[in-house]
Design a protein around this ligand. Structure first.
Ligand SMILES: [Zn+2]
Length: 201
C-alpha cells in the first residue's frame, strides 16, 4: 500500500462524505482525514447526532413539514390562520416564508415537483393529502409557492386545476421572484413582495 489514503476503509469514508451535497472530493478528503484524527468520544457524538436526527425527524402527519412530533409546531399552533395554506416544494422552503412574517398561515409540503422526464407523477407527491385538507377544513385561499422553474409552474397549474372546483381562491407568487431562484436563499424583502403581489391562478 503506497500510503494510508489508498486503504479501502479510508477510501470508503471519503466516498461516503463526497456523496453528501456540496462536498467536492478535496473537501471530502479533508473531512475524512479530520475524522481519523478525532477522539473516539467525538466520533461517537457525531455518529449519534446523525442517527438521532435521522431517526427522530419525520414528516408531520398533516402538512409534511419535518418534525420530531406527530404534528408539527405550525399545524398545532392555534394562532395561525387555517383559512390560508401556502404550498411549498420541500420542508426547508417554509423557513423563508415564515421569516418574512407576511403570512401567518398554515403550510403544505409537496416533497417534490411533477416531472414526467424524471418519472415523478402526482401520486408521488402529497397532493391527495392537500385535497383532503381543503375538503375537511375551512380553507379560503391556497398560495402556490412552488419553485420558480418549469416544473414548479407546471406543478402549480396542475394542482390549481384540481382544487379550484373545491371553491378556494388559488394564487401564485408574483413580482420579485425570478426563474431559477432557490427560495431557501431568497431574502425576506423579495419573499414579502412576492406574497403581496401574488396573482390569481
Ligand atoms: Zn404540520
Amino acid at each position: 500500500m503506497a500510503d494510508f489514503s489508498q486503504l479501502p476503509v479510508y477510501a470508503n469514508l471519503v466516498d461516503r462524505v463526497h456523496a453528501l451535497p456540496s462536498i467536492g472530493r478535496k473537501t471530502a478528503d479533508k473531512i475524512a482525514y479530520h475524522i481519523i484524527e478525532m477522539s473516539d468520544q467525538d466520533v461517537e457524538r457525531l455518529v449519534q447526532a446523525i442517527q438521532d436526527a435521522h431517526q427522530r425527524i419525520h414528516r408531520c402527519s398533516v402538512c409534511g413539514n419535518y418534525t420530531d412530533k406527530d404534528v408539527c409546531s405550525i399545524c398545532s399552533d392555534p394562532s395561525r390562520d387555517a383559512s390560508t395554506i401556502c404550498v411549498v416544494t420541500r420542508p426547508r422552503d417554509i423557513i423563508p416564508f415564515d421569516k418574512s412574517r407576511e403570512l401567518n398561515c398554515k403550510f403544505h409540503v409537496l416533497h417534490g415537483l411533477l416531472s414526467p422526464m424524471e418519472g415523478i407523477t402526482p401520486d408521488m407527491l402529497t397532493i391527495d393529502q392537500l385535497i383532503n385538507r381543503i375538503k375537511n377544513g375551512d380553507v379560503k385561499e391556497v398560495i402556490m409557492a412552488t419553485d420558480p422553474s418549469v416544473s414548479g409552474e407546471a406543478t402549480a397549474m396542475f394542482i390549481s386545476k384540481l382544487i379550484k372546483p373545491l371553491g378556494v381562491r388559488v394564487t401564485r407568487l408574483g413580482y420579485g421572484i425570478s426563474i431559477g431562484t432557490d427560495l431557501q436563499y431568497a431574502d425576506t424583502m423579495t419573499i414579502s413582495r412576492s406574497i403581496q403581489y401574488r396573482n390569481e391562478l
